[in-house]
Write a protein that binds this ligand. Structure first.
Ligand SMILES: C[S@@+](CC[C@H](N)C(=O)[O-])C[C@H]1O[C@@H](n2cnc3c(N)ncnc32)[C@H](O)[C@@H]1O
Length: 379
């Protein structure tokens, strides 16, 4: 990954990792540091952060894991420094190793390719080292890490075939899952990848689903038996047209709701000849009280603008009721049951009209620009 690509990944990350969970911890920590005299709540927040596991199931070289760990360690360092200030030398642990709780063994990744998997594992040591140096600069001590017993666990394998529950221990806290797994539409995946998707979705599989949704299916299954939240950067097609009920139907059925979403933005590829991909970020929770957040990109290459959410963020990333438009072969109007006409567009021939009924009406297919973008599928 070159520097420009890294910048784009980190840009997406600030939206993906920072907003949902890390930002909540940052806010809590800032509030506790500013508002309370006691040290107990500071310690408890530190314990909570360290009680979770953090997983990128298509981790590549591990940038998302690196940034999440670095940001969480920054928060933890602030909490340790504040506790030590309040407790003084009498009640604080003399050895900072006792105070420092979040470690890289709480970070997990899956990656198909061996080389990036190794880079991801190694990079976590470097981020750990940097975070320890920062702690030493502020407290005078760094936690002891030798001999090396703690490592991030990066599993080299096919995430859609791995048994996630045996790869990922059940932590005392939550399981946070995030990443940008690969997008592959129906015509671009090979037969093995098509089979991956079938395996991941089981009986809920649909040809409308992009390969990326295999990660939603595996996440849904894992988090059916433990608390957690998840968010992925994906192609925007998952929020348009027929893929919507195919993906969101099973998720809603199991109690998931959108916690935050970024509408379509362009993620430019730096590779020669490659176009920008249009992405969305959708984060999910099962917490009924979660206040939903939504961002829009008036310029897809520009900055996100927060949106006011009144009713709720639905699967088309619109503030409105939770409706999903499903395919149907029956006329919508009960008064016009047998007067439908189909336009058969073939690549080789002009549209052919087939009539059923005497006074048939032709429903013209609207031009792309006339269809609300949220309802338009990638055709
Ligand atoms: C868009 S990249 C993610 C890059 C990553 N965020 C990083 O920081 O490098 C998607 C990654 O998923 C990996 N991948 C593709 N198919 C996979 C599969 N079935 N199981 C696990 N990893 C897969 C690719 O090798 C690639 O590294």
């Amino acid at each position: 990954m070159d520097l420009n690509q890294s910048v784009r990944v980190i840009w997406a990350l600030t939206r993906l990792v920072y907003f949902p969970s890390v930002a909540e911890y940052r806010k809590k920590a800032d509030r506790l540091i500013a508002d309370t005299e006691q040290t107990g709540p500071l310690r408890r927040l530190q314990e909570e952060i360290a009680s979770n596991i953090y997983v990128d199931p298509a981790c590549g070289a591990g940038t998302f894991l690196n940034v999440a760990y670095a940001q969480l360690r920054e928060i933890e360092t602030d909490l340790i420094v504040e506790r030590r200030k309040r407790e003084g030398a009498t009640t604080g642990a003399l050895d900072v190793t006792m105070d420092q709780m979040l470690t890289i063994d709480k970070f997990f990744g899956f990656e198909l390719n061996w080389w990036p998997a190794k880079i991801a594992e190694t990079a976590m040591f470097l981020v750990d080292h940097q975070a320890n140096r920062e702690l030493a600069a502020r407290t005078g001590q760094a936690p002891e890490r030798l001999p090396i017993t703690l490592t991030a666990k990066i599993t080299h394998g096919n995430a859609l075939r791995l048994d996630w529950s045996s790869e990922l221990p059940t932590p005392p806290g939550k399981t946070f899952i995030f990443g940008n797994p690969p997008f592959l539409g129906h015509y671009t995946r090979n037969s093995e990848q098509a089979e991956d998707l079938n395996t991941a979705w089981g009986e809920d599989v649909s040809g409308r689903l992009d390969y990326v949704t295999g990660w939603h299916a595996k996440t849904k299954d894992l988090l059916a038996t433990r608390p957690g939240e998840f968010a992925y950067v994906t192609t925007n097609s998952i929020t348009q047209g027929l893929p919507v009920p195919a993906l969101f139907g099973p998720l809603y059925r199991e109690g998931w709701k959108i916690k935050f979403a970024h509408r379509t933005f362009a993620w430019d590829s730096e590779a020669p000849g490659k176009a920008a991909v249009h992405c969305v970020i959708v984060g999910f929770t099962k917490a009924p009280s979660a206040r939903q957040q939504l961002w829009d990109y008036p310029n897809v290459h520009g900055e996100p603008v927060p949106q006011r959410v009144v009713t709720g963020v639905n699967a088309y990333l619109i503030d409105g009721p939770d409706l999903m438009v499903k395919a149907t072969t029956k006329p919508l109007s009960p008064h016009n049951p047998s007067r439908s006409i189909w336009l058969h567009a073939s690549r080789r021939r002009a549209p052919r009209v087939q009539s059923q009924g005497r006074q048939a009406r032709v429903w013209q297919r609207p031009r792309g620009s006339e269809v609300p973008s949220a309802l338009r599928g990638d055709v």
